[in-house]
Design a protein around this ligand. Structure first.
Ligand code: GLN
Length: 485
């Protein structure tokens, strides 16, 4: 049964098509494993065993009648608890389990279900997606499946841990500054942040609307391509989703990267980079060269401004987006003698310390005396950061960087907010520039913790990006390793 839960999305879908495995059997295998391991891992906030089994029974009857919904018929997935899925509560990782109820369904999950996938439940996350570590005071800190007691990376911590631990065949997460790529790196799976506008954000609780993107977690690059094919495309309910054709991403994985030019940003391989992470990325560069790619050093001159820029813009947008959680229409109300006290009580009780810090920071940079000095300036630097990437793409086809400067560390070991923000140094520029980025496993530390390699592509060139990632993945065993639990 456990073996079934480590089958890839594509292989499981094929096995179901061939009648070798039934959707109910697959769903039960996952639910058994969740029941056994999740009390330790805390990857899930809500497990919908009854709903998943009922959906599996319907899919099984359809399969028996030869009525196939699509490429994911009968495949059990799970999604970050930031996506609105009818019938299931959405906590956004806050202490209130039903922070939002009765909301319209999220487009990306609806598309997966239309392709035949079923939903096992909703996954744990950093509170309101603000933070890179995956800790959660309300639903339990998500544990790294490779070493209990270590962080899983965040904010889509449950998505990374669930896929790595065989608690879901694949998962959706969101990435505003690295929240798909970081947990994928720290948990040893593949995580893709698509180009801004590639996937609809409708039915997703917003953190920073100009940066947020929805993307898949999976065990390998082929699965990423399969899931991306299903969730991509224009959605008239999200005005930022782009009306561009969706290529067949799975078809693009032809394995040949001969002659491709890859850039290694010289500003990225210095500073606080962990030596084991550096060694793994250096080895990955050599491997890509041996596969026929030409790797050259390039410059992203505004790299050192990325953190200050991101930590001005993202909190500004978060403070605006979170203003609606005031106890009137959204989130659990804590009453007060008058409306002001009601707001104060509700927001005081409803948000954890990091969320409050971001709201204060964001409100400050947007306030009238400081708007020009901080917010407006950050927007100008954002343009320079994007231009750095576009200049680099005149020389090279894609970029290679580490995903995270450090591997997973002990939960609670880092509490300084500034040190926490600097963990995002390789991922946030990609969001500021609206580009696609993928994290693929590229090795392990001596202590057995996964290391991730980030590949950054040109706008809407996910097919090329996945082709490089797939060629690299096919050349070694990293993605086939599973944690012993
Ligand atoms: N780590 C980043 C932050 O704390 C990104 C979070 C995210 O992508 N949701 O803001």
């Amino acid at each position: 049964m456990d073996e079934l839960t480590f089958t890839s999305v594509s292989e499981l879908a094929q096995a179901i098509r061939a009648g070798k495995v039934g959707p109910v059997e697959a769903t039960r295998a996952y639910l058994d494993r969740i029941a056994r391991l999740d009390p330790t891992l805390h990857a899930y906030i809500t497990v919908d065993a009854d709903g998943a089994l009922a959906a599996a029974a319907v899919l099984e009857r359809e399969a028996a009648a030869g009525a196939w919904r699509g490429p994911l018929h009968g495949v059990p997935l799970a999604h970050k608890d930031l996506f609105l899925i009818p019938g299931l509560p959405t906590s956004c990782g806050t202490r209130t389990p039903d922070y939002l109820v009765g909301a319209p369904p999220c487009t990306a999950v609806t598309r997966l279900q239309a392709a035949g996938a079923l939903t096992l439940g909703k996954l744990n996350m950093t509170e309101l997606a603000l933070g890179p570590f995956g800790d959660n005071a309300h639903h339990g800190d998500v544990q790294n499946p490779w070493r209990i007691g270590h962080v899983s990376g965040g904010s889509s911590s449950g998505s990374g841990a669930a896929v790595a631990a065989g608690l879901a065949a694949g998962a959706l997460g969101t990435d505003t500054g690295g929240s798909i790529r970081q947990p994928a790196a720290l948990c040893g799976c593949v995580g893709l942040k698509p180009t801004y506008g590639r996937v609809s954000r409708y039915g997703l609780v917003a953190f920073a609307s100009s940066l947020d993107q929805v993307g898949p977690f999976s065990k390998n690059v082929r699965d990423t391509a399969t899931l991306l094919n299903v969730i991509s495309g224009h959605d008239q309910r999200d005005s930022t989703s782009v009306n561009q054709p969706v290529p067949d991403y799975a078809k693009a994985l032809d394995g040949n990267i001969k002659g491709l030019r890859l850039g290694l940003p010289k500003e990225h391989m210095i500073g606080g980079l962990d030596p084991e992470v550096k060694a793994a990325v250096d080895a990955a560069v050599k491997q890509l060269e041996s596969l026929g790619a030409a790797v050259e050093e390039i410059s992203l001159p505004h790299t050192e401004d990325a953190a200050a820029t991101y930590y001005s813009i993202a909190p500004a947008e978060a403070s605006a987006n979170l203003a609606r959680f005031d106890g009137i229409r959204y989130c659990a109300r804590v009453d007060g003698a008058d409306p002001i006290e009601l707001y104060r009580n509700t927001r005081g009780a409803g948000f954890g310390p990091e969320v409050k810090r971001r709201i204060i920071l964001g409100t400050y940079v947007l306030s009238s005396g400081y708007y020009d000095a901080y917010y407006l300036r950050a927007q100008k630097v954002r343009t320079l950061i994007r231009q750095d990437f576009l200049n680099a793409y005149k020389e090279v086809d894609a970029l290679i960087t580490p995903t995270s400067p450090i591997p997973a560390f002990k939960i609670g070991e880092k509490s300084d907010p500034l040190a926490m923000y600097l963990c995002d140094i390789y991922t946030i520029g990609v969001n500021l520039a609206g580009l696609p980025g993928v994290s693929v496993p590229c090795g392990f530390t001596q202590g057995g913790l996964p290391i991730g390699l980030q590949l950054i592509g040109q706008p809407f060139q996910e097919a090329n990006l996945l082709a490089i990632a797939h060629a690299y993945e096919s050349a070694h065993e990293w993605s086939r390793k599973t944690p012993y639990l």
